[in-house]
Design a protein around this ligand. Structure first.
Ligand code: IPD
Length: 270
């Protein structure tokens, strides 16, 4: 159990800290032309700004809430606590490093195993998503609701890709969606794609190998917006890369069946 007042207090300050971090990242974004970043692997980038943003947020949170844990994409698990902050300092780094617009700073808060709050700030579009478990989710102050689409032939689903996923599996899943009339997309920013499912801009998002920092904040948005989500945390997502499928209720059955994904046993996320 956790005290919602403690979550609310943390969420208020998190919005300010993430706005500062997002502004720092926006000011340092490379110009288009070529990727300006170091490579961690095939099509996997890190910039100096990823590291600087994570360090900044970690320091600010450690000073405000020294008892809280902290996990970051770049630095791993730095601190332990009953509450744990989970940051992706720049989600969509490949886009960021090429001067593209689809990237964000994503900060989630977990109470033990439960995602309880999230802030996702996307400077290129001036959009800020916030959510608190059992209180609601908002985009720039407007409540979020997942799409009401029921008909696959009018649906749009994104499939995230990283080099951890075989080309064969990716192609099979794109074909499975196309076979039922759904338009597949790939945008290179898992946190914003999941936010799009929460806001109804997308009907679903699938990624076969994804990490806690990509999804921690968005899981709260999705829960509050009424989307269905596969059991990411229950299947081991707290400590290792796992698949995720998030989908609007009206398409949950057909999309999960077509892709061979279960949406059951999801007591933590939905
Ligand atoms: C990546 C992006 C990408 C997803 C990868 C993530 P990063 O995060 O969210 O869309 O497909 O799985 O690792 O590296 O930009 O923080």
């Amino acid at each position: 159990m956790y005290d919602p007042a403690l979550v609310e207090q943390r969420l208020s300050l998190a919005q300010i800290i993430v706005a500062e971090a997002a502004s720092m990242a926006r000011d340092k974004q490379p110009a288009p032309g070529r990727p300006q970043a170091l490579t961690k692997g095939l099509q996997d980038y890190v910039t100096e700004t990823d590291i600087a943003v994570e360090a900044y947020v970690s320091k600010r949170l450690a000073s405000a809430f020294p008892e809280d844990g902290f996990v970051g994409e770049e630095g791993g698990r730095a601190r332990e606590g009953a509450f744990t902050w989970v940051i992706d300092p720049i989600d969509g780094t490949s886009n960021y490093a090429r001067g593209r617009e689809r990237w964000c700073v994503s900060l989630g808060l977990m109470a033990g195993h439960v995602p309880v709050a999230g802030v996702i700030n996307a400077p290129p579009t001036n959009e800020v998503y916030i959510a608190q478990r059992d209180k609601g989710a908002w985009l720039n102050g407007h409540p979020l609701r997942a799409a009401t689409v029921h008909e696959p032939r009018t649906a749009m689903v994104e499939i995230g890709w990283s080099a951890m996923v075989s080309p064969t599996l990716y192609a099979q899943q794109a074909k499975a969606l196309l076979d039922i009339g759904i338009a597949p997309r790939t945008g290179g920013c898992g946190a914003l794609a999941l936010s799009d499912v929460a806001s109804g801009r997308l009907d679903g998002y699938l990624e076969n190998v994804i990490n806690l920092w990509d999804v921690a904040a968005a899981l709260v948005l999705l829960h509050e917006a009424g989307a269905r989500v596969s059991p990411f945390i229950e299947s081991g997502g707290l400590t290792t890369s796992r698949p995720i499928l998030a989908v609007a209720e009206g398409l949950a059955e057909i999309v999960s069946r077509s892709l061979g994904f279960s949406l059951e046993k999801n007591t933590f996320n939905c």
